[in-house]
Design a protein. Sequence first.
Length: 605
Amino acid sequence: MGLLALTGLYVLVFQAWAQLEVSMEDRVEVLLGNVAEIPCIYSMSQLNGSLLVQWFARSPSGNEVKIYYKDKVVEVVSMGTDYSERINVSHAVDGTVGSSILTINDVRVKDEQEFVCQVQRNTSHTKLLVFSTPSVPHIELGSYTPTVNLKREEIASCEVNNAYPAPNITWYKNRLLLQSSVNNMELEKTVTQNPSGLFIARSTLFLQVEKADEDAEFYCEVSYFTIGGLHMMESQIFHVELHYSTTKVTISVDSPHRLVKEGDRVKIRCKGNGNPQPIFSFQHNSRSLNVELDHVVLDNVTRAHSGLYKCTSLDQVDFSELTDSLELMVHYLDPVVITSGGSSDMLDLGQHVSLTCNALSSLPTNTTWYKDGTVLEEGHILNLLNLSYDMAGTYVCEVHAPSLAELKRQNSLNITVRGKPVMVEEVAMISLDAEDSVNLTCSVKGHPIPDIQWNLSDNQTILGERITMTDYTIVSVITIRATSLVNASCVATNELGSAQAFSDIKPIQKPTATTAIIITSTRSTKEGNGVVIAVIIILILLLAILGSVLYFLYKKGKIPCGRSGKQDLMKEKSSKDDVEMKNSRSEEAVLLQGVNGGKRSPSDQ
Ligand SMILES: *[C@@H]1O[C@H](CO)[C@@H](O)[C@H](O)[C@H]1NC(C)=O
Ligand SMILES: *[C@@H]1O[C@H](CO)[C@@H](O)[C@H](O)[C@H]1NC(C)=O
Ligand SMILES: *[C@@H]1O[C@H](CO)[C@@H](O)[C@H](O)[C@H]1NC(C)=O
Ligand SMILES: *[C@@H]1O[C@H](CO)[C@@H](O)[C@H](O)[C@H]1NC(C)=O
Ligand SMILES: *[C@@H]1O[C@H](CO)[C@@H](O)[C@H](O)[C@H]1NC(C)=O
Ligand SMILES: *[C@@H]1O[C@H](CO)[C@@H](O)[C@H](O)[C@H]1NC(C)=O
Ligand SMILES: *[C@@H]1O[C@H](CO)[C@@H](O)[C@H](O)[C@H]1NC(C)=O
Ligand SMILES: *[C@@H]1O[C@H](CO)[C@@H](O)[C@H](O)[C@H]1NC(C)=O
Ligand SMILES: *[C@@H]1O[C@H](CO)[C@@H](O)[C@H](O)[C@H]1NC(C)=O
Ligand SMILES: *[C@@H]1O[C@H](CO)[C@@H](O)[C@H](O)[C@H]1NC(C)=O
Ligand SMILES: *[C@@H]1O[C@H](CO)[C@@H](O)[C@H](O)[C@H]1NC(C)=O
Ligand SMILES: *[C@@H]1O[C@H](CO)[C@@H](O)[C@H](O)[C@H]1NC(C)=O
């Protein structure tokens, strides 16, 4: 920069070739604390390097102090001035143009004055301008929250320091400049200087606010001069909390977010549309509740908590009173009651029973019946027709309100079915082992659990018996030796009746000398069914003879074969199998039902 200035001045000076010419720039700008270089250019038709050069500092009040002297003999920096320790002067000559540059170190605010350069008797002067960039503007909110009303309220102060020269502070709301001609506003400005001469500028904004200003963005802006001209700097954006009165108050159920049921924790809240929130008081059915907050918490509510809740607010800004109310309904579902038409839960086999399930509720409910985890019926009545032993067990009834899933209760009823024994299967041979022993099974249902007795026709000893029992079923397995024709019968008896089943075991001699056995079994609940059994056995024997005859005839080729596949299968079977089993059941279920249905024990428990 110095060189550029030198060249410019040289052209200027060149025109006045003949005379001594001293020239300087109008102004020299420097930042506080930096080094200032103040050039002084002179020209003469003849330069001989022994000129008199002096520098003076001239204060704004006009005081001039010599700070430097140089002639062909001496060079002196004046003692006892502000500059004694801080300046250097350099000199250069190039043909007819010479320069003297005054260098000031560590520039201070006080250095902002005129500097005079004297060459021989001719002088020129310049002004040194010192700048200090201000700190970032600092916002301080007013000590009281402004109220929305017709007055101007203190909003905030904006302060910058270490500025030189003095800066200006302006205010913005939502990016628009606040002006007293447009906005109802007022500024209180102070500018002070610290001992080193730097400025502290402060501006306090007073503004008439409206409710919308709650969301407004405010900031202040500092404009200041520095090297190169005018600069700006903005503060952070800030918001202002405002106080305004409540014009509407609202009471509502804060939680739960669904219909309220007994046992819930209910939070009822009151809210005003002003700031700050008003002071609330609550009432339930005209009885006041002791709360100091903006909400009421009801723990574990019952239906007694239903009713009218009223909230009254007292505004803290304008002391007005407002109210709002709410009707709270606490829904309930009473315990589930199951009835079985007056009788006890000990019921008879074959009986019809109607189970009713009820629970009192404040909401419409649906009822579901379950047994063993599966749904039996939707609806509060469950009809059980012709009770069987399989229908005994636990019946669960669940009542729930579709509009409030959490409102759900259940109860259960254990049904016991009582009745005489019923044979589950005929007497069955399980297997025949190498020692020609046979296991016979007798399986009976009944409640109370029947006793089982075996009767073997020919004094056969029972080698072993194994009994297994569940709630309603008893199974007896006996092991006997199948050496001769055996008539086995199994009799099951409880206090309500008995049932009997028979089987014939016939050893058959075969060429291979292994024993084959034919078991014929029947079951019955009545004694003395020998005739029926005999007829059936005869029928079976006849069928067997007929089969043999037909087989014989076929072998002789007397009968043409239509189903050769089946024939082959039979052939295979007869040659392989050691045992042939033929069972016949006398289907007496109807008869049995008739007997059981008519019977009812007089000693129902
Ligand atoms: C320099 O000073 C002399 C006497 O003071 C004056 O006559 C002359 O005009 C000056 N030169 C310029 C260029 O001002
Ligand atoms: C140098 O300048 C001085 C003062 O202006 C003058 O007296 C002297 O004659 C000059 N010398 C030469 C060689 O020009
Ligand atoms: C400048 O002047 C100061 C005192 O005024 C001195 O201590 C310093 O050495 C000088 N520096 C130069 C580069 O001449
Ligand atoms: C400050 O404001 C005054 C008056 O409007 C103006 O003259 C001056 O130049 C401003 N200064 C700055 C640094 O903006
Ligand atoms: C809720 O109230 C019922 C009836 O008053 C009571 O039996 C139950 O223990 C209470 N539960 C709690 C968590 O307080
Ligand atoms: C409740 O019962 C009504 C009538 O009994 C039936 O229409 C409705 O679908 C049931 N709702 C549910 C959720 O089971
Ligand atoms: C009742 O049940 C028994 C056995 O389950 C059945 O044999 C009988 O036919 C049933 N009676 C009626 C009237 O359905
Ligand atoms: C019903 O029977 C189950 C299992 O058999 C038993 O755990 C339960 O306690 C019984 N309930 C009633 C009410 O007797
Ligand atoms: C008969 O039952 C007994 C035990 O109950 C068993 O040890 C035996 O193996 C069974 N006999 C046959 C032939 O299955
Ligand atoms: C056993 O069977 C015989 C004839 O087969 C009969 O006379 C007797 O009464 C039966 N005993 C029992 C306890 O049923
Ligand atoms: C069966 O046993 C009884 C008594 O133990 C005996 O009197 C009878 O003769 C025996 N009958 C046969 C066929 O062994
Ligand atoms: C086995 O019992 C049936 C009928 O009860 C009878 O007809 C048959 O003669 C009996 N057999 C023997 C060997 O006692």
